[in-house]
Design a protein around this ligand. Sequence first.
Ligand code: MOS
Length: 698
Amino acid sequence: MTTATKGGAGTAHTRVEGRDKVTGAARYAGEIPFADLAHGWLVLSTVARGRVRALDAEAVLAMPGVLTVLHHGNAPRVDTGFTGMMGVPPDPSTGLFQHDRVPHMGWPVALVVAETSEQAREAAEALVVHYEREPHDVAFSARRESEAYPLDGHVPAVMEKGDLEAELAASAVVVDAEYTTPEEHHNPMEPHAAAARWEGGRLEVVDSNQGTGWVAGELAHLFSLDPASVRVRSEHVGGGFGSKGTRAHQVAAVMAATVLQRPVRVVLTRRQMFSLAGHRSPTAQRVRLGADANGRLRALEHRSLNQTSTVHDFVEPSAAASRSMYAADAHHTASRLVKLDVPTPTWMRAPGEAPGSFALESALDELAERCGVDPIDLRIRNEPAVGPVSGLPFGGRNLVACFREGARRFGWAGRDPRPGLRREGRWLLGTGMAAASFPVMAMPSTASVTAETDGTFTVRINAADIGTGARTALTLVAADALEVPADRVRVRIGDSDLGPAMIAGGSAGTRSWGWAVTEAAEELRRSLAPGADIPPEGVTVRSDTSRALGALAQKERHSFGAQFAEVAVDPATGEVRVRRMLGIFAAGRIVNPLTARSQLVGGMAWGISMALHEEAVRDRASGGLYGADLAGYHVAAHADVPHIEADWVDDRDPDDPVGIKGIGEVGIVGAAAAVANAVWHATGVRHRDLPIRPDRVL
Ligand code: MOS
């Protein structure tokens, strides 16, 4: 891969902060030095339901270095009754120490603050908490359907079109299958960490998050502060994946900094992240497909049961993805929730689409088998002209181009569809494919671009680079709009004082920010007379995309993709090895091919992990997880990830000034189904429960 230093969007470019990251010059929230810093350590409940009866705080207050112990009896009050910038209430764990109730294992019950991190940890581990235990229930299963209820999340819980039962009855072929995916956890490499201090009447929080404006706004609400008096910074972030919003650690740090009137940092441990960083709900899904003998769909039903906590409704909209993929005379999609004594789930990469596509795309493969139609042909036969349920036009739908290019590159032509026929020594070989999609959004953002006296330009936008390369992408976008080489542009991000902007989430960061940066940069370029003198403070143009986005035509906008996998299965040990994967995406204009490819390959590797490894197992007796760390929670390691190729077809969004759609999440979508379909092709056995562990293969 060659990298250009001057080229703009579309040219491969190494990260502008890459050198800082590999030399350690880039500092993360847990390591940025503060004068007089104290350290907080959270104490988490060891029961899954009940009340805190008493805490023996006196004993630990006498330990070396201990400054205070905060708990429900003495903590500052916070207000959680609001809707944050992303349109959802704050996570319930931000209502820290507000009552004595324990709603799940690993709920924060106290914060011990000490002079050093080691002293805080020692005291936190010594703190005796007395509980009044109540019976808990953490047993998620499809059998809980009778207790479940629908709830609209960011998409409606239930959507119906046509007469499902009539179309199923009239179908020549019906596939009716149930699928399950387990509780899964996103554990970014960099743990959640925040340092808070009061500085000249302002609250300053140095954090690791996906949007400083989002967190600053929520902290202002929580502590009833003037939003202008809260500043959150998050310059470098070692991964987020949906887990890095406002959570217990920032609130704990702010509480302690307020009580002690000195800077306090709280860092979550890897184990604490398993109850405080959110997770992906397990799902129990049922898909019913009815088709004519040639595979044309008459009926598509997708129902998903998901869990939430007893203290907050969170919906993993697993069935929603089925509303956009395939034409059918009748559609019925529904996501339902059951409340259990578990931590509140949250967005985890491709929320809804990741587990939903496993069920839908596996069922499509079953239908292809039953109809004797090639899986790609089956999908093309059911390609919709407009949104299958919405009736809206598509804002670009190049899925078929992905299938064709993917089939060509993967060598799909001439594939013998019969399962269990290919052997290589002890290995059974098979190939499989699946489709991918993820919605495309743009959210209002503001940006400013300044022409400096030395001929360089400074872009200021409150974007978050959670490791994706967003800072670099925005550098290229700005360079294009300014018509200057990229090395004349510097980009400042990750600071709520930079103004309102979209978070790094929903695959919509680069699109939303790129839009605002382009507007400001183009206006600046037009306003600068060639050779004109720049005053010492520079010339600055600001943009705000709220109005432009309001005028966007109503369309179904998605990024799409085609996933292909080849697996080898050892029927004697149950071992599944993915041998190669190919993903071809139609995900809008690709700003930086180097980091975009990494982003897509990362999603696909995560899909392998989802297919074969990841599974958080809840112990029904204690209500906690077995092995809540990266040793017990298996993720795909290097040896599990073969050669993965990700590429794309030309797919500019004509409604976006840069042509961007979004690549953040689509890479994981469909990947697990492609692997599962390949395992069927290798063995003749359908695996409808993830992960496909050796004991399930045997
Ligand atoms: Mo993504 S799950 O919106 O960070």
